[in-house]
Design a protein around this ligand. Structure first.
Ligand SMILES: Cc1cc2nc3c(=O)[nH]c(=O)nc-3n(C[C@H](O)[C@H](O)[C@H](O)COP(=O)(O)O)c2cc1C
Length: 360
């Protein structure tokens, strides 16, 4: 095993799973494969075994604890490989040609696709993935967020940007008061926005219309006034929640050994109640949620008399100002249509959007 190779980090001693990791999901179509009758899950076995002698209890518990390692066996793999519809086909749309694309502005093109009547509100088409990267390592992280606004400059999302543990530090840097846990969001007119990595990407995937939009560009903070406007639309509970949460800070952690021991006791109680006294409730054990609830109570007290809860300094909107925007539409045989707008200098301070067709 090479400790420098991330692929080796999950290898167990004595097996070669580092090189040939066991499959947990084997796409495509493995969900359609029926489970043979004899494949009862370890938990079901445990229920059935509830009346067994205590001598068998520890073996049953070990099986239950191994449940997360259960994998498709070779019989299932054969069934999967013979499955008739192995690859999903994209068939919904007629071909996408450049004449259907907005000639000058990808934001208008995005607006047209976003407003497609086939996208229902219940499918939450505003759901997107925001990717950012740390400096200097270039380590990337991505998370789902909601698009809240599209304006003529770019795509706007709201979050907590003060946390030193989350995307805030990646985007706005870690320079902050050494003692403070949360840094304030910078104002757009702040002279020094150079810290951190402002490059980011936002991706939308709309299954119903078989379309994807990918935006890459630079993040800029909204002004406090702009963020304030959206903040006012949030219900009081969410405002309290924003104040209470040091987003992405670790609230609690444990080593696997102590968790397994805890689970062992809990399972033993089910199978063999006399092992653990009846008044011990495993769900009582604090896993960090209590600290968050305490913070919520503190914030409720702090703002008890306030008619309007103020916008936290670490919370607000950012705008992704695009450098490139790609529109992808699925087609049969993976021969999809892809058009990308790339921002190029148009002379002086102006810019124009060049349109390119990309190979699928
Ligand atoms: C459907 C969905 C919508 C979300 N919307 C937001 C959002 O608008 N803003 C936000 O900060 N986090 C949102 N989250 C939570 C983020 O995915 C993420 O957990 C959080 O922003 C912390 O990310 P970080 O640790 O990278 O800073 C959403 C999660 C889901 C599943």
């Amino acid at each position: 095993m090479n400790p420098g190779n991330p692929a080796d980090h999950h290898a167990n001693p004595g097996d070669d799973h580092g090189k040939h990791p066991r499959k947990l999901i084997f796409a495509p179509g493995d969900m359609e494969v029926s489970t043979p009758n004899d494949q009862t899950t370890p938990i079901q076995k445990l229920d059935l075994a509830a009346t067994l002698a205590p001598a068998n209890v520890s073996r049953l518990i070990s099986e239950a604890l191994r449940s997360e390692t259960s994998t498709p066996n070779s019989v299932m793999e054969e069934q999967i490989l013979s499955h008739p519809a192995r690859a999903h086909q994209f068939v919904t749309n007629p071909p996408l040609t450049v004449s259907q694309m907005h000639p000058t502005n990808p934001l208008h093109q995005f607006h047209t696709w976003f407003r497609d009547p086939r996208l229902s509100a219940s499918s939450a088409p505003e759901t997107c993935t925001l990717a950012t990267a740390s400096l200097p390592l270039g380590r990337v992280s991505a998370r789902v967020v909601y698009l809240k606004e599209l304006d003529e400059r770019g795509w706007v999302v709201y979050s907590n940007w003060g946390s030193r543990q989350g995307k805030g530090a990646q985007v706005f840097g870690t320079q902050t008061d050494a003692d403070s846990i949360l840094g304030a969001m910078p104002e757009p007119e702040d002279g020094d926005l150079s810290e951190g990595n402002k490059w980011a990407a936002l991706t939308f995937n709309w299954g119903t219309t078989e379309r994807q939009v990918r935006i890459e560009g630079l993040i800029e903070p909204l002004s406090r006034e702009e963020s304030e406007l959206y903040w006012r639309t949030r219900e009081r509970g969410s405002q309290i929640g924003a104040w209470a949460s040091w987003q992405s800070k670790v609230l609690w952690s444990a080593e696997p050994a102590s968790l397994i021991e805890r689970r062992r006791k809990s399972l033993a109680q089910d199978v063999c109640p006399q092992v653990i006294p009846g008044d011990v409730d495993e769900t009582d054990i604090d896993d960090g949620r209590a600290l968050l609830e305490k913070r919520v109570r503190e914030m409720e007290e702090r703002f008890a008399g306030a008619e309007q809860i103020p916008l936290p300094p670490f919370w607000g909107g950012v705008r992704l100002v695009p450098e490139s925007v790609e529109f992808w539409q699925g087609r049969r045989s993976r021969l999809h249509d892809r058009f990308r707008y790339v921002r190029v200098n148009g002379g002086g301070d102006s810019y124009i959007w060049r349109i390119q067709r990309l190979s699928p």
